[in-house]
Write a protein that binds this ligand. Sequence first.
Ligand SMILES: *Cc1c(COP(=O)(O)O)cnc(C)c1O
Length: 230
Amino acid sequence: MGVISRNVSSVLERVEAAASKMGRTGDSVKVVAVSKTHDVEKIIAAAEAGIDTFGENYVKEAEMKIAAVGGDLNWHLVGHLQVNKAKKAVKLFDVIETVDSIRVAQVISTRALSIGKKLKVLVQVNIAEESSKWGVLRNDLVFLLEEISLLPGIEIAGLMAIPPYTEDMDEARSYFASLRQVQESINALNMEGVSLRELSMGMSHDYEVAIEEGATIIRVGTAIFGMRRT
Ligand SMILES: *Cc1c(COP(=O)(O)O)cnc(C)c1O
């Protein structure tokens, strides 16, 4: 058995364990294998080991890989999306996890409608309010969701966050809990067209904690594919 296949089994087992600890089943958590910088052979190996959803950060890189891999895999965009790449992204991806402005949402919606799609998106929240990070601030979130909910080519599926890197699992947990609280408080508003089901949070080093705090999507790169070439 190859290393990727072993890694996938180990991640899936740990997902199952973390979920069942919370009274959930493993299949309530979607594992997105983040394959940026890794080549197509590795993606195929992960798919053969049972992964059906992959994450890429760059539209151009994804375009090449999706064409090369083929098959009926699902693709999530997990990197920041520039407005001038949005058209292409709509064609390539099943979910765009990184919407954080009305401008990019408008382009996505228009493009999606023109190809007969309604695109699932997550709104990226800058949960620790870091000046260096993408994502909408908590205070601007309701307004942004209101605007996006009016766009006919978009389905708002939930929220995503990339908290500051930390080895301290209590600190990691507090960011995940904050995102879940944001989700709950928005859902309590019962906004028309805004029902946040998904929470995308947790990466290789902290996905179990994220699941304990309610993640429905985890984004795992290194734990499946090994270290990235930089
Ligand atoms: C690269 C990346 C990941 C995967 O990170 P690992 O630590 O390798 O699991 C997850 N989410 C986003 C947004 C990324 O850019």
